[in-house]
Design a protein around this ligand. Structure first.
Ligand SMILES: CC(C)(COP(=O)(O)OP(=O)(O)OC[C@H]1O[C@@H](n2cnc3c(N)ncnc32)[C@H](O)[C@@H]1OP(=O)(O)O)[C@@H](O)C(=O)NCCC(=O)NCCS
Length: 154
């Protein structure tokens, strides 16, 4: 499903005539996505972003969302559902387009897609030090589950 969404009034004046399009990711978006993730400081030494994109394009690709404006990728949300919970990784909005409601629209679209699959709950893991992002998630409806996120590299 490709959702076409017109920008909202809370966008800055310079953006008010532009349209935000949220659609599924395509392979040809790869380099723009890597540039976006670099700008958002989402790239870490232990993850290869191009490999991560390629893997996701072959695993639940309908849940890999990009937001575009004027045909340019300005946002991403890599969503997944493992049969019990939905998850989001690589949520990013280009620094030039932040605080305009785009992150919220992406998360709403992700939640709709998860609900359509029967997913009852949407989870996210955030570094405890990343207080700004925690504030964003609270604003868009998430609350603290009081759990510790644990992980193991395979
Ligand atoms: C987190 C991120 C996706 C938010 O996207 P965004 O498009 O700027 O968010 P929105 O404009 O939709 O904001 C929705 C609400 O959250 C609030 N919010 C957004 N960023 C915030 C911040 N840094 N601190 C506090 N509140 C914030 C907004 O003010 C808005 O509140 P409102 O509805 O009361 O007006 C974006 O800042 C980003 O890409 N950050 C870098 C990458 C990152 O850290 N990703 C998350 C990894 S877990």
């Amino acid at each position: 499903m490709n959702a076409r969404i017109t920008c909202f009034n809370n966008l800055q004046d310079k953006m008010k005539n532009h349209t935000l399009v949220i659609r599924t990711c395509r392979k040809q978006d790869t380099e723009e996505i890597v540039t976006l993730w670099e700008a958002c400081n989402l790239i870490v030494p232990w993850n290869d972003p191009r490999k991560d994109i390629l893997i996701k394009l072959n695993f639940q690709p309908d849940l890999f969302l990009v937001g575009t404006m004027d045909e340019k990728v300005i946002a991403t949300a890599m969503v997944g559902y493992e049969g019990h919970r939905g998850w989001v990784n690589y949520l990013a909005v280009s620094p030039d387009h932040q605080k305009m409601g785009i992150g919220r629209k992406l998360m709403e679209e992700a939640a709709l897609k998860l609900k359509a699959l029967g997913c009852p709950k949407f989870n996210v893991q955030v570094r405890t030090s990343n207080t700004a992002v925690i504030e964003f998630y609270k604003k868009v409806g998430f609350s603290d589950d009081n759990v510790i996120g644990l992980g193991m590299h395979l």
